[in-house]
Each structure stands twice: as C-alpha cells, then as structure tokens.
Design a protein around this ligand. Structure first.
Ligand code: SAH
Length: 462
C-alpha cells in the first residue's frame, strides 16, 4: 500500500484519498465469496456493483450502493463512466468497493479500472473471485482437468464471432456465448475437433436455476438450442463425467420469503432468497415527523439535486413553503443542487465542492461547522460514512430518505425451478400474491404460523 492510499483519519488538512478494492463476487451463489471480500464490503462507504452480482449479497452491506450494470430500464454506464465514478468516490476520500461477477481479471475489465486508478495515484487492491468456469465445473461435477482425459484447459471469449480462438487444449471454456454459441461450435469443428467431442452449455451456474445441456459437438450443431445469458460453453471429453442427478441438482430448492432458514438442512436444500419488502423511495412517516419539527434543525445540507427536488416536493405537499426553513443555514454540494434550490427561491449559504479533498466533512470542518443539528435529506441508502464524519465534528445529524437510489430490480423468481415455498408472515404472502397469481401444484407450501397459513389459503384459495 503506498502512502497516498493509507487511511489517514478525518483530518481535512491531510486530505486523505480513499482506497479502492476491485473485488470478485463469484459466479452467482452468494456464499461463493472470499472472507476478504466480506470484510472489505462491510467496511466500504460505496459499493459499485454489476449485473452478475447477487443482489442478496449486496443487500447485506450498509454502504451506499450504485448499480453500474446494463439491465433494461436503468441508466447505462459506459466503462469509462464507471472508471471515472470509481475514481470520483475515491478522490472524495471514500472507501470504495468495485464489485464484479466472477473474478475481476477474467473477462471482467478489472485491468481497465486499475489503469484509471494508477493514473490518479489512488491506492487499490484486487480481491480475486471464483470465476464462472470454476463455478460451473464444481456445480455440474465436470472437472476441467482429469487424469487421462484432460490435461490442459483454456478460458476463451465467444464474444466476437469473427475472431473466435480455438486453442490446442483438451478442454475449452467459452464465456459470453449467449448470442454466438453456434458460431463458436462451428469454429471448434472447423479447427478439426471430432464431431463426437462432448460439449455442455450451462446457464445460471451455481444458482437455484442452473440449467445444463450436454451433447456431442455434432448434436449441438444440429439442434437449435436457445442459450440464455449468463451461459458458459465447455468443450472437451471431461464432460463425459457429467451426471444429471448431481449434488446440486438433487437438492430441493426452497423459496424463502424471510424467516429463519436453519429449519432446512443445507445438505438437502438450497435456499432461494425472495425479497419480501417493497422498495419504496421515501420513508414517509419519517419525512412527516421531520417536517413537523423543522425548528429543531439549524443546518440543512443537500448533497445533490435529487435531495433538493424531493425534499421540496414533500415540503410543498405538506402545505409549507420555503419560509419554514428561514432559521436554518442551508448548504448544497455542486452547481446542480444550488440551481435546483434556486427554483424554490433560496440561495445557499455555502456551496461545497463535491470532489473537495477530505469529502464534504472536510469542507464542513474548514467552515468550522460544529455543534449544529444537521438535517441531511438524501436517498434511502444512507451515507453512513458522511454521517459519522459530521458527527465526529461535533454535530447531531439526522439523515432523511426522500428518494430511492437507483437499485437494480431483482430478476423475477422462476418458479419452474422451485420445489417448496416458505412463507414467513401474512405480509409476505400478500407481497408474493402481487407478483404471482398462482403457484404450480407440485410446489410444497409451508408457513411460519397459523395466521400466515390462513392468509395463504385466503389469497391462493386452497
Ligand atoms: N468476470 C466474470 C466473467 C464476466 S464476462 C467471471 O470471472 O466469471 C460474463 C460472462 O461470464 C457471461 O457471458 C457468461 O459467459 C459468464 N458467466 C458469469 N456468471 C455466470 C454464471 N453464473 N453461469 C454461467 N455463465 C456465467
């Protein structure tokens, strides 16, 4: 670790730069993460995470979470923007985790991200993760090497149909084949691999909905196979070891709507997490309480334009206007927030630089802000690091969620793969019913108590 990367405490004079961990989250099963990754995630101020990272994993940590993926309906981050975003948070003195599916250095663009960090002189570490090939191999019982069958293995990309490499190894694992699997198989055949060579496509490896297709090269090339992302293609004769009823497929998959999972033995069951709570933007009750008691606060700090916009929406909706803030010092960060504030007829007392060394807390320190009661409207994911630094300066701080941070929506649960559903409360039954009108008859239902069971009967009529 170089000196610039050290955490040097809260003193603004030392202008600490943050530190970045580029972390591999593993292939899907949230338990496939290293102890080191768990530690740095729990210490992070900001987590920037990708598509392939399990949400139930990210959900466990208190940091501000920023989704950088490319799923439909969300802001599309280009790689360069991601690089800049990582650097921006680090330069503001934050402890950043960049969380990526699998391993950051296997088709993970981790190399580009550290290039940017090197350029800024920001301290960083890389925490390896289990790459998809290893996840697939373990969860399908297909060894990548095996005495007498495979003594070499290569990881390749199937992404660029025109430039598919077919290395001279016993086993080849192709990543990114969802739209190119046919081209990849054709390239392998064209390189002279025998038509009877075994191949396997594995979708959603290590997750409850893992699906495996096997066959020979010829068979695969003959039959049209839909391949859904994320999927991996393996070619090589160690696939002959595959058995349909393996340790992963034989386990029952239980959809848990909360509650205690220890009632299910992990040798027999796989828990599937169903987020039962509704993600809503503001904490309406807290907003109401706060607006009723504005006299208590002496300083109002808006970190961005959304916090201004939504705070004032609530203020106006409650029948109040800007005059009810006249006793407070008002601070904003950045130009956009100041402009948004002017729409409400207010010019901020102080405009802080979002990228100032030492972060916002450093700027408050320089302004000598202490002994104040600060109201901090922001997203529903509280920036705990900022709160504790402001408290460290001798202030009381009340964070208030007035809007939802962009969160990735969980993919819908695929009930085709579920054997049992456990309802932990009547509310969860209700939330579940809002998404699923019926439950296939073959699925076993269990309920935490009698009320829950009654709610289930009422909602699903059985
Ligand atoms: N850094 C990642 C790979 C990112 S590229 C790693 O080390 O695994 C994305 C590709 O990884 C996908 O197109 C798919 O081919 C593969 N992949 C990632 N997770 C997967 C999973 N759970 N099942 C199957 N393939 C997966």
């Amino acid at each position: 670790m170089d000196a610039t990367g050290q955490h040097t405490g809260n003193s603004p004079a030392e202008t600490p730069k943050g530190y970045v961990y580029i972390v591999g989250a593993g292939p899907g099963d949230p338990e496939l993460i290293t102890l080191k990754a768990e530690r740095v995630l729990s210490e992070a101020d900001v987590i920037l995470y990708d598509d392939l990272v399990a949400l139930e994993l990210v959900d466990q940590y208190g940091a501000v979470k920023i989704y950088t993926g490319k799923r439909k309906g969300s802001h599309h981050f280009e790689q360069e923007e991601i690089n800049r975003e990582i650097a921006r948070h680090a330069l503001a003195g934050r402890n950043v985790v960049r969380l990526k599916g699998g391993d950051p250095f296997v088709f993970g663009r981790g190399g580009e991200e550290i290039d940017t960090l090197r350029g800024y002189g920001i301290g960083y570490e890389i925490v390896p993760g289990i790459t998809a090939a290893h996840g697939v191999s373990a969860y399908t019982e297909i060894p990548l090497t095996m005495r007498g069958i495979s003594s070499s293995v290569a990881f390749c990309t199937g992404h660029h149909a025109g430039k598919i490499h077919v290395p001279d190894t016993d086993t080849i694992v192709y990543y990114m084949v969802a739209s190119t699997v046919r081209d990849v198989l054709d390239a392998v055949a064209a390189k002279g691999w025998a038509g009877k060579t075994m191949a396997a496509v594995v979708q959603n490896a290590t997750r409850y909905n893992q699906k495996v297709f096997t066959g020979t090269l010829d068979e695969f090339r003959r039959r049209e196979k839909a391949v859904y992302s994320p999927a991996l293609l393996i070619v090589g004769d160690s696939i002959g070891q595959y058995i349909e009823r393996n340790w992963h497929s034989r386990k029952k998959k239980v959809l848990m709507t909360g509650g205690d999972s220890t009632r299910y033995k992990s040798t027999d069951y796989i828990m599937v997490h169903f987020p039962c709570r509704k993600i809503s933007g503001a904490d309406l009750e807290a907003v109401e309480r706060c607006l009723d008691d504005l006299g208590r606060f002496s300083l109002l700090f808006f970190q961005n334009k959304f916090s201004v916009k939504y705070f004032f929406r609530f203020l106006f909706e409650s029948g109040r206007d800007s005059r009810s803030l006249s006793h407070m010092t008002i601070c904003t960060a950045g130009r956009a927030a100041a402009e948004e504030l002017q729409k409400a007829g207010i010019v901020p007392d102080h405009t802080l630089e979002p990228d100032a060394a030492g972060g916002f807390a450093g700027s408050f320190g320089e302004l000598g802000i202490t002994g104040r009661h600060i109201l901090l409207p922001g997203s529903n994911t509280v920036d705990h690091a900022l709160v504790s630094r402001l408290r460290g300066l001798g202030n009381e701080v009340a964070p208030l969620g007035v809007y939802a941070h962009e969160v990735r929506q969980d993919e819908p649960i695929d009930l085709d793969f579920i054997d049992e559903i456990y309802f932990s409360s009547p509310t969860c039954v209700g939330n579940f019913r809002a998404l699923f009108k019926t439950i296939p008859g073959r699925i076993t239902i269990s309920s935490a108590d009698r009320d829950t069971e009654e709610e289930y009967r009422k909602r699903f009529g059985s």
